[in-house]
Design a protein around this ligand. Structure first.
Ligand code: ATP
Ligand code: MN
Ligand code: MN
Ligand code: MN
Length: 284
């Protein structure tokens, strides 16, 4: 089943189960069947049917704890909750095909209620084991992957919100729910694969966005590269992929600028002075 098909099959009582498991994610690694039942007060058959269905679509997973069945919500379950909420809020009418799988997300085409093509990015922290270890060190408190993932989505939402309010060249933000960000679809190719006719202008536009991020939103992207810039038909560059931003971090800013300036120097022989550019983006 596709994600869209799964979401369309979930019944109201199954949503309640997902929501209950989500809300207790940091209290119980797996919630025992007894506790779950007592919170829900469903009739027995309804409970069993719902749990079986959710297990079959891998929206929840089961574990035996001291011989007893216990459950937790999966990333797919979280995706389903997000889709439902976005639908109810009239942000997302339909989910389409997958655009790409990033290291920390799955990105899909979607359709809004006017049938425009939009993008839905479902965050999933912990997809790659390397990042797992790094992130685990960052979070000393006991937090579930689900919580860490939702924190990430929220961070990307906050960045895009401020950048949108300041007219930066980033995808327009349409919505946010649990682990999902809904945004404008930028039709184009990555900066890495583009053949630019006016590279100097494109670089200026990218630096303009970095400047807005720093001076208006007080943030540094943190993963800026030719792979996180999409060039559209009018050769306008849009910077994507914002969840790892840090507040006014000088080292990170210099790293971001170095990567972009090196790319333009090597591929287009456009040469800029890093110190001058650094001052420019900081508004100095
Ligand atoms: P990464 O592995 O680079 O960290 P990620 O999981 O953080 O990836 P993104 O880089 O945000 O995810 O998105 C993954 C891919 O999906 C992008 O490289 C791009 O091809 C596509 N994509 C994301 N957002 C958009 C958008 N608004 N419009 C068009 N394509 C997009
Ligand atoms: Mn990346
Ligand atoms: Mn990316
Ligand atoms: Mn990323």
């Amino acid at each position: 089943l596709t994600l869209a098909e799964k979401a369309s099959l979930v019944s109201p009582s199954e949503y309640i189960i997902l929501k209950t498991l989500l809300e207790s994610r940091d209290k119980y690694d797996y919630m025992s069947e007894d506790i779950l039942r007592s919170k829900l007060n469903f009739i027995d058959s309804e409970f069993t049917i719902s749990i079986t269905k959710l297990l079959n679509m891998k929206a929840i997973s089961e574990e035996r704890i001291q011989g007893k069945k216990a459950y937790r919500i999966t990333f797919s379950g979280l995706d389903i909750l997000a889709i439902k909420m976005l639908y109810v809020n009239k942000i997302l009418k339909n989910l389409g095909l997958i655009i790409g799988e990033g290291k920390e997300s799955n990105v899909y085409y979607g359709y809004d209620f006017d049938d425009n093509v939009i993008v839905v990015k479902f965050h999933r922290v912990g997809k790659s084991s390397y990042k797992n270890i790094r992130k685990l060190r960052e979070y000393t408190e006991k937090k579930s992957w689900i919580s860490i993932t939702m924190d990430n989505a929220k961070k990307e939402y906050q960045a895009l919100k401020c950048l949108n309010e300041n007219y930066a060249l980033v995808p327009k933000l349409f919505g946010y729910s649990f682990n999902a960000i809904v945004m404008e679809y930028i039709e184009g190719t990555s900066l890495a694969k583009s053949k630019l006719s006016n590279p100097k202008k494109v670089l200026d536009n990218i630096l303009g966005t970095v400047r807005i991020a720093y001076t208006n939103c007080k943030i540094v992207h943190g993963d800026l590269s030719q792979y996180n810039v999409i060039i559209d038909q009018n050769e306008i560059p849009y910077i994507i992929d914002w969840p790892q931003w840090k507040k006014e971090d000088q080292n990170l800013l210099n790293r971001d600028l170095n990567i972009i300036l090196t790319f333009f120097k090597n591929k287009y022989n456009v040469i800029e002075d890093i110190d001058e550019i650094s001052k420019f983006v900081k508004g100095e």
